[in-house]
Design a protein around this ligand. Sequence first.
Ligand code: ZN
Length: 868
Amino acid sequence: MARAPDRPSGPTYTIILPPPNVTGVLTMGHMLGDTVMDILVRRQRMLGAATLWLPGLDHAGLATQVEVRRRLRRQGVLLEELPREQARHEVEQWKEEHERRIIEQTRAAGFSVDWSRYRYTMDTGSVRATREVFVRLHTEGLVYRGERMVNWDPKLRTAISDLEVVHREEDGELVYLRYPWADGSPGGLEVATVRPETIFGDVAVAVHPSDERYRRFLGREVIVPLTERRVPVIEDAAIDPEFGVGALKVTPRHDVVDYEVYQRHPTLPMPPDILDAEGRLTSDWVPAAFQGMDRDEARTKTLEAVASAGLLLRREPYRHSVARSERSDAVIEPRLSVQWFVRMRPLAAPVLEAVRRGDIRIHPERWEREFLRWLEVIQDWCISRQVFWGHAIPVYYCQNCHREIAAVDPPTKCDRCSSVDLEPDPDVLDTWFTSWLWPFVTLGWPERTADLDHYYPTNVLVTGRDIMFFWVARMMMSGFHFRNARPFSDVYFTGMLRDEQGRRMSKHLGNSPDPLDLVRQRGADAVRFALVFPNPTDEDGPFGAAALDGGRNFLTKVWNLVRFTLSFVPAGTAPPTGPPTLAASGALENRWVLSRYRHMAEEVDRALTGYRFTPAAAVLYDFLWHDLADRYIEIAKEALLGHRGEPAQREARETLLFVVERSLRLLHPFVPHVTEELWHALPHPDTLLALAGWPRTDEAPSDPAAEVEMEPVLETVRLLRNLRSEEKVPLNATPKAWVRPAGSEVARVLASEKATVVRLVRLGSLEFLDDRVEPPAGTGRRVAVFGECFLERPVASGATREALQREREKLVALLEKHRARLDDPGFKSRAPPEVAREAEEKATELAERVRRIDEHLKQESASPEASP
Ligand SMILES: [Zn+2]
């Protein structure tokens, strides 16, 4: 069913599933995204499109290697020390285990993906495509190798991209050092730094050009502490005169700004790397005593040495932004190193244009601005990684003439000097360098396949906004560049799930359940429904037991509704082909429910077209639970049971069957298992519900008059029922009631629906009063838009009085507690406004209930019946 046709004849609908990382198993966040995609795909399938939902898996390069490394470390093994073959085997094994689990999870939740087209970012096709793309970009000059400042993770010993760096405010220390004058004059220049261990890589001390304090020192030389090296005092506009005392050391290889300063001053020498790949001091610029020292230890030791040399002036606590690796938490070392980059500006241009023009739409719209802002200032993308798990960079270096050869198929000899002495590039590609090609690689690119013709461009991408830049933007770039077309027309960002205490779900906190366990405990449909309702799918919000219970209760309600319907469907009944034709004198409730159904169907359709999944679920929920199960069925029961004659019975039955059958179709994309099963219990065409047509929204008649007329009937029932319970009318009693309708139209409707009201409220009688007539004494009263309701109070017995007294005491105690809280000045200042307002409303409501009981008790003691 989920297999997409190879040669679709009509319209197609494609979603490429964001391939989950093989680093772990699926989380509830994946479940949310997958549920949203399944709703879209299932609806399109019912609408008749040839749908393709293509699943896959991401090898997740560095991230997976980090996980495997962690697992081995717990067993006392260091991944770096394993022979390369064995290390590879360990990662492959990890991949197998996690892939199996991910597939099991996806199947259990009933997602209708096309398994026959399953892809992996390291399968043969992906390898081929990745190399092809690299070589093409290399030929076009959009991929280059260059010495650049990169984010170096010394723990994982690899470069990582800007997006993998987390910036956090942390407490540190600012130290003030004295750099003595090189000519032996007393004193020296005061320099502030947070990284004293990098002084060995200094090439200058810089000040701001307009800083009057230093003007006279420009061109003089100072000695770098603990070394013999002389460095000049230079000026540069990048120096902040407010930082420290306005004079800064310049260490080009280990600071981004310093490197820029260095580039503006061509006379400065380029120092060697004073930190190695693991962050240890190295090179002949570093004194012997510090060689091989880890950077943290080096900081302490440098400060000690500077202090004993009398060059440490003072130390101050200092809070500043520290860059850490998202993967290892190591402090990032800005490092000048040779890496491969993609030139992003030319690739981003068509994307910017497409999003601005509305060719690609982002939902919810509020994320569009951030998206565009990032593209406008985009930096080149560092794509080389110094790990082994990933696609090899398809570049070979001739050891004879130093030619750099980028080739899809590994060359056997140099194309310039014919030497066979070729060295492959030792690095691998960033994992996103494959996944940014996903929308067309999964369809067979670079081969010219039928799938590419039929299913590209795809329709919508559903994902989390945390990979908006890593992935979403880059897919758009590759789509325009390699396919000359947008990869999808719409992007939908799901919200981030939180637990019921409002904390973000994370593996670390242990508050994110395994979807598979949850599906086994609760059933796939209850979990799916709870992910969509009541918290909006595009907002961060709670997911937990309350939502899951809500999902289960709703499904039980639907289940009971269908079972009830079935009890009125005689064997051999044909499946409904359309709404029943109602007789002119037909019952109001049938006209009403068909019209309500019509508006519900329209709203579901509109909401789903606009990517508003929760509002679609909400109207279905409301209609099925309240309009259909609670109201319509109660009202129509008499007719269904045949108490109003055969034609009325047939009309009610046909109406109920039609509305229930169609509602199951509309509900199907949300909860496919339960609806499929229930639909098959009803008279149905010979197919699966999943393949049955999506209902035409104009099928049932819209009947505004019926909806207007039903309003006072429902309202009268509701108010009289409330009165029944407030006045403590015993369950078996059938009290008298009176209604004073506002206007002749309401009077007419209520008169014609009188039997319904009497039955639903279990009244002894219902009479209509006109304006001049007062209701008898001893009645409870309620006022509404359509008129007033009165209900006869039960004859006061000792027991009733006592019950009322008890209730009064309870209410008064509660009211006092509320008032005390409201009077507490601390509460008012601390509580969020909506909480304070709620508390006030609650107090008012309690006071009103106490007042009603008082009135009741007073009337009773005054009434002659009360005193025997
Ligand atoms: Zn050569």
